[in-house]
Design a protein around this ligand. Structure first.
Ligand SMILES: [Zn+2]
Ligand SMILES: [Zn+2]
Length: 154
């Protein structure tokens, strides 16, 4: 019964959830630094803090922890279409994937590690809302495909 599948790619990101949405509560950089912060709250939740570089600007970017929501808070002012390089604010490791690109616009994607659950990747182009969720454990999360919509039941 305990069916495990890896690398389930969800290219459509409309989430239909009758009762609750997916909130990211733990996110790590590839080296294991905790990226969650309570300094900036989004939807009253701890946000995910990463360092952003765009052109010659750099600053902290607080990502909306609600999957499929985009109320990010940024110290740098990036116009739509700008490509922001994300890295870990603690150890400086780049979060940008060298092997994957966005399905919509072919920009690089950045990846956050969700301990025990998998990882989430998102496009680094501002204004592009492509997300991919890779779930490693179906014990904690169940996903149903319904045409273009995805239901995630925790
Ligand atoms: Zn780190
Ligand atoms: Zn994109």
């Amino acid at each position: 019964m305990s069916e495990k599948r890896k690398n389930v790619k969800l290219s459509k990101t409309s989430i239909v959830s009758p009762s609750r949405t997916v909130n990211i509560q733990t996110a790590h950089c590839p080296k294991g630094c905790d990226l969650m912060t309570d300094k900036v709250k989004i939807h009253n939740l701890n946000s995910i803090c990463v360092k952003g570089d765009w052109g010659n600007q750099e600053g902290l970017v607080y990502l909306d922890p609600e999957f499929g929501s985009y109320e990010h808070v940024s110290e740098i002012d990036v116009p739509d279409g700008g490509i922001v390089k994300f890295s870990c604010p603690h150890c400086g490791t780049s979060l940008v994937s060298e092997t994957e690109t966005c399905h919509s616009c072919s920009s690089p994607v950045f990846t956050l590690i969700l301990p025990k659950e998998g990882e989430v990747s998102a496009c680094i182009r501002k204004g592009c809302f492509e997300h991919t969720l890779k779930i490693e454990s179906f014990e904690t999360m169940q996903i149903q495909f319904d045409n273009d919509f995805i239901k995630i039941i925790m």
